[in-house]
Design a protein around this ligand. Sequence first.
Ligand code: HEM
Length: 401
Amino acid sequence: MTALLRVDDDFVRDPFPRFDELRAQGPVHVLRTRDGARYWLVVGSEEIRSGLRDTRLSKDPDLLAAARVRQRCEHGVVDGPAAEAALRELTSFLRSFTYEVREVVKETLSGRHAARHAPRVAAIADELLDGLAAVSGPVDLVASYSMPFATRVSGSLLGVAPDELAEFGARVSAWLGSDSAEARATARRRVSALLDELIAARCGREADDVVSALVGKAGTAGRESLVRACLIFVMITVETVVSFLATAVHALLSHPEQLRLLRDEPERTGAAIDELLRFTGPHNVSAQRCATEDLELGGQHIAEGDLVVFALGAANHDAATYPDPHRLDLDRDATGHLAFGAGRHYCPGTHQARSALATGIAALLRRYPGLRLAVPAGEVSWVPSELLRSVRALPVHLAGG
Ligand code: HEM
């Protein structure tokens, strides 16, 4: 039996009961997104784990684009030049993401690199937290900490000099944080200009950063495609880190006994990140896949060309794997969670993500031990997305340091 997943306010705030309901009815259902796309939504843990490793479910950008066009034709949507241009742009974005950026992250951002980079991340966190010391009323932790932290860490990984990180971060926030398409386009051009300068400065020089690695790999690729790869790197690092840092802090502030554990024993932070990722990871569902041939998944026939997404959050909240799954429990062994995906597209940024997030959260709790929510937990406003789990704003009292 297949059911249709509806994305409403309740789902956005807490998708896990809805995943439970769907899982009880069967492992594979239909998800129709607000932009009209139709996916097979896999919610059964076994099917998610095997499907993520199934090479017949591909992330090939051209296959994905062709599937989207086919769906639109089936619904009688005739794409005009603007929609076709948008699809071409999306396809080249996905191509760069899936090939160039992934390879560079895999090769450059190792565990050793994360350890070398950790002092710079700690300095970024401390500088931002010091800057908040004079604030007396409530602050929005997204705007004042998780966004500038994520943008500056991303810039630092790219190779932006420490004294230019604040400007870089401000431009990226204006780009990714704006609701207006026009403002976003202008801000994106301002970020691209900085990246272009960074690339020019790196050409012919070796350094231990992402821009140098991209330049080293570029071969005959032009400056424009290098800038695009850098923009993609910024998007994926910033969106995930901003979302997760804020939702993880929201989860901790809503579970005072778990927060106390972490404050009393900060050496737990590294392991706590995995339980927090299991409990409230930033991706409700994986990136989309396209079936390269007819296949069966969880008793459901998937036709060649169909689109499939995996509900990572459903696997992470399955009682068969994690007893009492909707409880945040920092004593739990959460290894094996799927917040970073699985198989050949397993997130290659895990070393950086774990290290930066542990540093960012530990520094916040150390500097402001009285940190608390400034509104009831249920009143926090969530971003209405079926894909990413993130709060719009997180009003908190810092309560001295
Ligand atoms: C909380 C932080 C993060 C989480 C939870 C996360 C999660 C994920 C997931 C689930 C995927 C797989 C998507 C799929 O194929 O279905 C992915 C892919 C990817 N992630 Fe992350 N990510 C995080 C941070 C980062 C960071 C900091 C970087 C870079 C330094 C990064 C780089 C990438 C890249 C390049 C891919 C594409 C892999 C591919 O398509 O083969 N991620 N990430």
